[in-house]
Design a protein around this ligand. Structure first.
Ligand SMILES: NC(=O)c1ccc[n+]([C@@H]2O[C@H](COP(=O)([O-])OP(=O)(O)OC[C@H]3O[C@@H](n4cnc5c(N)ncnc54)[C@H](OP(=O)(O)O)[C@@H]3O)[C@@H](O)[C@H]2O)c1
Length: 302
């Protein structure tokens, strides 16, 4: 059991809540930084307002490690110029605000562990992407580069910095899976575009597991946070249909229709990102869910 204290930004989000459960079960104390009132009585919630540069200074007291998950949802709204700014700045200005606090207040923070995304690589066909590959030259790539650069500023403060390029997190109640499974449940499921695009999936328990592993093993640098065996959009759609015991009979949704409906955001569903998990495995992390079948059996209970 640990008596360490963690400060979690974005702790009220889907991954933040799951990670909080795991950290508390392992004996950590958790502080959360949030724009709102905290609902979870097991943690202490402190307020910040990133756009106004306001932060409750006490949030950092006794904290050993910062975990940075805060950020406006990438798939939540259409990518207007204004929205793109919110998506980027909710990730960069937020960690900058925390670093400014560390500069002006005595503290004992030693490490920062941050989310990033496999959007760093974005749409790359069948290429197997390792942490050494360069970023994509589109909005997602640009966003992740700025996010990681700002997190890396922590090194100037003597912090150990770890970044996890997270793939598509599979969770029954949040993110991509409910959006994919809803039409399948109603008998209207279909693969998207060619269906050949690679999905860098990961089960939510491995996401929480890797964050904990990163803290406990004092990992440093950048790691892909994806399961070892990626699947294509068509394979994922078929597997979900099988687990939900629903037929798939419709032809693929044509790419042009998705481009028309989603504009630039269609990259999120049509982009192909085949990502390697070798580095985190070589660092000693053992995946709980390394096949899509195992992950979906756990999620759907059959
Ligand atoms: N889930 C995935 O599939 C996935 C994949 C790749 C990367 N990631 C990254 O992992 C992190 C956590 O993901 P998640 O799914 O848990 O996200 P989430 O459920 O959308 O939660 C993110 C949290 O960020 C805070 N937030 C939202 N808008 C903000 C803003 N404008 N300014 C400051 N804070 C804001 C919110 O906390 P408060 O309301 O309490 O302030 C929110 O609970 C995110 O950075 C996400 O991009 C997730």
């Amino acid at each position: 059991m640990s008596n360490k204290k963690i400060l979690l930004t974005g702790g009220s989000g889907g991954l933040g809540r799951q990670l909080t459960d795991l950290l508390l079960s392992k004996g950590y104390t958790v502080n959360v930084l949030s724009r709102g009132e905290g609902k979870d009585k097991r943690v202490q919630t402190f307020k910040w307002d990133v756009s106004k540069g306001i932060i409750d200074d006490v949030c950092i007291d006794g904290v050993d490690t910062i975990i940075h998950l805060a950020g406006a949802g990438i798939a939540d709204e259409r990518w207007t110029d204004e929205r793109k700014k919110v998506v980027i700045e909710s990730r960069t200005k937020s960690i900058e605000l925390l670093y400014d606090l560390l500069k002006r207040k005595l503290h004992q923070v030693k490490a920062v562990v941050s989310a990033s995304g496999t959007g760093y690589y974005s749409d790359r066909g069948d290429e197997l992407l390792t942490e050494e590959n360069p970023p994509a030259n589109d909005f997602l790539g640009h966003c992740c580069v700025l996010w990681e650069q700002e997190v890396d500023e922590g090194k100037q403060l003597g912090l150990r910095v770890a970044k996890f390029r997270t793939g598509v997190v599979l969770d029954k109640h949040a993110g991509a899976l409910p959006r994919l499974s809803a039409p399948i449940k109603f008998g209207f499921g279909a693969a998207l575009g060619s269906g050949k695009q690679w999905i860098p999936w990961i089960h939510w328990q491995d996401v929480a597991g890797i964050y904990l592993y990163g803290i406990e093993q004092e990992l440093e640098g950048v790691y892909n946070m994806v399961a070892p065996n990626p699947v294509t959009n068509k394979q994922l759609t078929k597997h979900v249909a099988q687990h939900l015991r629903r037929p798939l009979w419709l032809p693929n949704v044509p790419a042009f229709a998705l481009n028309l409906a989603l504009g630039e955001m269609s990259t999120l569903v049509l982009g192909s990102t085949k990502v390697a998990a070798d580095k985190i495995e070589q660092a000693g992390y053992i995946f709980k869910f390394n096949s899509i079948d195992k992950a979906l059996t756990d999620i759907y209970g059959r």
